[in-house]
Design a protein around this ligand. Structure first.
Ligand SMILES: Cc1cc2nc3c(=O)[nH]c(=O)nc-3n(C[C@H](O)[C@H](O)[C@H](O)COP(=O)(O)O)c2cc1C
Length: 221
């Protein structure tokens, strides 16, 4: 392996106490995160959105291909167009395309095909996954695309919480219309629509419980 391909890894070691304290406070902050479906129209500096996306770009990805594009939509006309098309797909979802079990599971969230948050949120971050790359040298491969994009979106959502903003992970499937409206290239497929902004002053969220540690983890000591 060629030495010039490597740099010394800079590591700042924490004491055990500091490590415990920081892990607790990060958990406590992330435990406050909720999916919000009622947005205020209050503006958010674009710089915050840029930093949030830069944070997503620090996520690990298969062979470091970073196989995603985050499209930031703040244009009102585009948002209205997207809302209209999303509501058309969602209407079909709620009226036949989703199974009875799925509809039953969604009852407690009180959701339907009407999606005002698409117009109210100051930004939609529409995430596209790149199944392959198309460049001057032709098509090149990406690896573990779903995993890589999912991890980057996890970083994105954590950064949104850290910036004092709220978001929703929205999947108005099938989402092909998003690539059409935004004129995305053939190698990109819509992955998630993430409205970002401040919560509406009367926003409410469903009462949910999160699984306990022993329900989501198994320790082999
Ligand atoms: C992949 C994915 C898709 C989702 N799709 C939708 C959606 O289309 N509409 C919606 O209202 N919520 C959607 N959600 C939000 C979930 O309902 C929400 O995360 C879950 O109920 C837990 O609530 P919390 O995020 O407030 O902890 C989605 C979440 C994920 C991770």
């Amino acid at each position: 392996m060629r030495e010039e391909n490597f740099v010394v890894y800079e590591h700042e070691e924490l004491s055990e106490e500091e490590s415990i304290s920081r892990s607790e406070s990060f958990y406590s902050e992330m435990n406050k995160r909720r999916s919000v479906r009622h947005f205020s129209q209050k503006s958010v500096p674009e710089e915050v959105i840029q930093n949030i996306i830069k944070t997503a770009g620090t996520a690990p990805s298969g062979a470091h291909k970073q196989p995603y594009t985050f499209c930031v939509v703040s244009n009102d006309e585009l948002k209205s167009k997207i809302r209209k098309m999303a509501e058309q797909e969602e209407f079909i979802n709620y009226n036949g395309r989703m199974s009875d079990e799925w509809l039953d599971d969604l009852k407690k969230f009180g959701t339907d095909h009407i999606k005002p948050f698409i117009e109210d949120a100051p930004y939609l971050i529409i995430v596209f996954k790149k199944s392959y790359n198309e460049g001057e040298e032709g098509k090149t491969r990406n690896y573990y695309v779903n995993e890589s994009v999912g991890i980057a979106v996890g970083f994105l959502l954590a950064a949104i919480q850290n910036a004092g903003l709220v978001a929703l992970t929205h999947t108005p499937s099938p989402m092909n219309f998003l690539a059409e409206v935004l004129g995305r290239p053939k190698n990109e497929r819509a992955y998630l629509n993430i409205p970002v902004g401040y919560p509406h002053s009367s926003a409410n969220v469903p009462k949910i419980e999160r699984k306990e540690l022993d329900e989501i983890a198994q320790f082999y000591r």
